[in-house]
Design a binder for this molecule. Structure first.
Ligand SMILES: [Zn+2]
Length: 330
């Protein structure tokens, strides 16, 4: 019985799941490697698709086998193979961080069969674990696309954070296009928003007799998320609690996960930032970090972690939020 609940009746081999997890984390590390390229090229206005990566000093094209994420840096002992210029540890650091955060989110979503999504949709399967067998026997296109969308949004937030670390500006098209593009995408394909308006809010917004449909509610959830995220972000920014791109970051999270996510993610964000601050003070490295101007970068990284935690625990946080609104509206 317990077995059935966790595994959903699928016979599953641990080896399959381990191989699948390894594949996902490797993919995420490669994505991190691509983010390094993006961050280097976007502020320079270079093409992000064409042209091979080369050493910034000797201009020698980086060989394929040296370009392996994380491991490549260790093989080269942190130096260019041709001119021995040191390669900053930031490169494997970004790849490792991306692998851990994006890999964890993707693994949780795919192997659980979307158990983290809010209830009331056809993705959540009520099983905490479905494994690779469930994924292969009953492939769910919506689950794959939603997972891809979440990974994409987290990757965008990491890119903004790294550009902020370099103290460069994110070109307007690199934050406005993802933000509005995501809103249009959810407007056109409402099934990309797993959150619906609660029955109480439906009654409040759509008058009796006016038919509402899925399109309206999904688009509305995301539009409200964008506006609420932006406003909360601006408020936090005016208090000095976010970096330059805090409002854009929260607006992106709001568009992706709906307006109710903004409150939860903001709370998580503040908690994580405070914990990091306390740890830095404890280790007395806070002063150095702030002097180097890394604070806005660290704050955006905190937002990435808060969003990742929210996505993995979405269903449970949402259920809590709904019971809270029911209590307040009573
Ligand atoms: Zn070189």
């Amino acid at each position: 019985m317990v077995w059935e609940f966790f595994y959903g009746g699928y016979s599953d081999s641990t080896l399959d799941n381990l191989i699948f997890t390894f594949f996902i984390f490797t993919f995420a590390a490669n994505l991190g490697s691509f983010l390094n390229v993006l961050v280097y090229r976007i502020p320079l206005g270079k093409s992000v698709v064409f042209g091979s990566s080369c050493c910034p000093r000797c201009k020698q094209i980086i060989r394929f086998h040296d370009n392996v994420p994380i491991l490549g840096w260790f093989f080269l002992q942190g130096r260019c193979r041709d001119c021995f210029v040191p390669i900053p540890i930031r490169y494997p650091g970004v790849e490792g961080f991306t692998a851990i955060v994006l890999g964890s989110v993707a693994t949780c979503e795919l192997l659980s069969g979307g158990a983290n999504f809010p209830l009331g949709n056809n993705i959540a399967t009520h099983f905490l674990w479905r494994g690779t067998d469930g994924l292969m026997l009953q492939p769910n296109v919506r689950l794959f696309l939603l997972c891809g969308l979440h990974v994409w949004c987290l990757a965008i937030l990491i890119t903004w954070a790294l550009i902020e670390w370099d103290r460069k500006q994110v070109p307007i098209c690199w934050w406005a296009v993802p933000l509005l593009g995501l809103l249009c995408l959810i407007g056109c394909f409402p099934w990309l928003q797993p959150l619906e308006l609660g029955p109480n809010l439906k009654k409040m917004i759509f008058a009796e007799g006016i038919s509402w449909n899925y399109w309206k509610t999904s688009g509305l959830v995301s539009l409200c998320g964008l506006v609420v995220g932006w406003c909360v972000g601006l408020t936090l920014k005016s208090l000095g609690k976010t970096g330059t791109y805090g409002p854009q970051g929260l607006a992106l999270v709001g568009t992706l996960c709906g307006w109710s996510a903004v409150g939860s993610v903001s709370c998580l964000w503040v908690i994580i930032a405070s914990m990091r601050h306390a740890l830095a003070r404890f280790l007395s490295i806070g002063e150095i970090r702030i002097r180097n101007g890394a604070l806005p970068f660290l704050l955006l990284i905190d937002l990435v972690i808060a969003t990742a935690i929210f996505i993995v625990c979405w269903q449970w946080i949402d259920r809590y939020f709904e019971s809270m609104t029911r209590f307040l509206l009573r």
